[in-house]
Design a protein around this ligand. Structure first.
Ligand code: SF4
Length: 473
């Protein structure tokens, strides 16, 4: 293909690695800049009325890019092809493709080509063909980006040298891009990740900082983007003193496979067993198994520190009293399930759910979250709507909840100190030693906060270091 493939909509890290994966098949690829509020304005100008925010941001972002290129004299309709993910709905996601075509026409690019990747069938329409080997390369790229992103959010709040984690991950992601572009296999990628671990081990970390863990969930695009679409929430929360848990894109793919498997199971129940249906079920289940195994393999070099993908079956069970998991569209039951999972399994002190303006599925989930809060009154939960404006209002609401989360993290840590009959200064003294300043310090699952997890996991060693030495006379 002579055209350059344009794509976008995830994080810069995901997009860099996807570019490498696509280029390894001989395509030219370019990712769009992260959508900002000027993209939103352009989107509102050319899209139909009544769309949800992600539509305006993403469609507007493409048109803005094409307008800029056209102004430089580049014949954009011959030069570029846009590839995006689509589905049959049932929310506005099903209308994205039409909306892209409509807005492009309105903006004067009526011959501009858009290729659609069907997210649930892993198939493609248009000039860009999604082959099984390209799909595998994309999965590797996205999983790597998820793992690195998660790792960055877990390590950055404890770095001693400001900017050191971003620097290492940034340099490494460029190497990873070149490796993916060169068609690196799983084992090569694995050994590169081990290399990153060694580099991170050179950096000092301070786990005496007691920080609340904040999970960011919500509508897929709104909780994934790292731009104006969610007021740059992840980085802002980090600046405000939180340790952020972003959601991996892999979790979304895992969800799609789970729903596909459930649909086939229902079909078998209603229409009976057939070889074709059994084959389809086996294929989806095998795919989910392979994808999960790959995700865990990429977590392994970092002592499995990046969070695992929770079982989809468990999430569906957790959501059951509040939301039928076969009600699909947007994140379906996942917004509710992730909230319950975080509270019940002590995964975060606070949960922020990001709902884009005009999002139907998130509005439904918000209704169900009221009942979740009634059942789990100790949950620190906030749902925010992102509309492009109202940033100050949203952030001040989140700040109030974050204050509660900080208090909860401190209480958790203080109760652990009491249980161990230890003082904070004693803990601080021991954790200032070289041994506890390495990034991949042992962590327990008993607590939420990283400091508490580290102290509990290493309590015997900490106590032995704190005990006064006995002098033999
Ligand atoms: S989930 Fe909500 S925001 Fe996302 S495409 Fe559907 S309606 Fe729009």
């Amino acid at each position: 293909m002579s055209k350059t493939i344009l794509f976008g909509g995830l994080t810069p890290l995901h997009e860099l690695l996807i570019k490498g994966a696509v280029e390894s098949f001989g395509y030219r690829a370019q990712f769009l800049p992260t959508p900002d509020n000027s993209s939103l304005r352009v989107g509102r100008e050319y899209c139909n009325r009544g769309m949800c925010n992600p539509t305006y941001y993403t469609v507007g972002n493409l048109i803005k890019f094409l307008q800029e290129k056209a102004a430089q004299g580049i014949p954009v309709e011959e030069e570029f092809l846009f590839v995006t993910v689509g589905a049959c709905g049932p929310c506005r996601f099903g209308m994205y493709e039409t909306e892209y075509r409509h807005a492009l026409k309105e903006a004067g690019f009526k011959n501009f080509k858009v290729s659609i990747l069907n997210q649930s069938e892993f198939s493609s329409e248009g000039e860009f063909e999604l082959t099984p080997s390209l799909l595998w390369a994309l999965v590797k790229a996205v999983w790597l980006a998820d793992v690195l992103r998660d790792l960055g959010y877990q390590l950055r709040p404890y770095e001693v040298e400001e900017g050191s984690v971003d620097r290492e991950i940034g340099n490494f992601s460029r190497e990873l891009y070149l490796a993916l572009k060169g068609g690196a296999g799983v084992l090569e990628l694995y050994s590169l990740l081990k290399n990153l671990r060694e580099r991170l081990e050179e950096l000092p970390f301070d786990y005496t900082r007691v920080k609340p863990v904040v999970s960011v969930i919500g509508e897929f695009w709104a909780h994934t983007t790292e731009g104006d679409g969610n007021y740059r929430l992840h980085r802002w929360l980090e600046e405000e003193g939180a340790e952020v848990r972003p959601e991996p894109v892999a979790g979304w793919i895992d969800y799609q496979l789970f729903i596909e498997a459930e649909k086939v199971k229902r079909e078998i129940k209603v229409k009976g067993v057939s070889v074709n249906r059994l084959k389809r079920l086996a294929a989806v289940k095998l795919m989910a198994f392979v994808f999960r195994s790959l995700y865990n393999l990429f977590r392994a070099p970092f002592s499995f520190r990046p969070k695992p993908l929770p079982s989809q079956k468990l999430l569906a069970e957790l959501a059951k009293p509040y939301f039928d998991y076969m009600v699909v569209g947007g994140e379906g039951h996942l917004e509710v399930a992730k909230h319950v999972y975080s509270v019940k399994y002590k995964k975060a002190h606070m949960v922020v759910s990001v709902k884009p303006f005009g999002c139907m599925p998130s509005t439904q989930s918000d209704g169900a979250q009221v009942k979740v809060l009634a059942d789990y009154p100790h949950s620190i939960f906030i749902s925010v709507e992102t509309s492009g404006d109202g940033e100050v209002n949203v952030k001040s609401r989140v700040q109030m909840k974050l204050y509660e989360a900080k208090r909860a993290a401190k209480e958790e840590f203080d109760s652990l100190l009491r249980e161990l009959n230890m003082t904070y200064s004693g803990f601080e003294r021991v954790f200032s030693c070289e041994e506890f300043r390495e990034p991949f310090v042992k962590l327990s699952d008993r607590f939420i906060g990283t400091g508490a997890r580290a102290l509990w996991a290493n309590r015997l060693r900490v106590k032995s270091l704190l005990e006064p030495s006995v002098e033999v006379v």
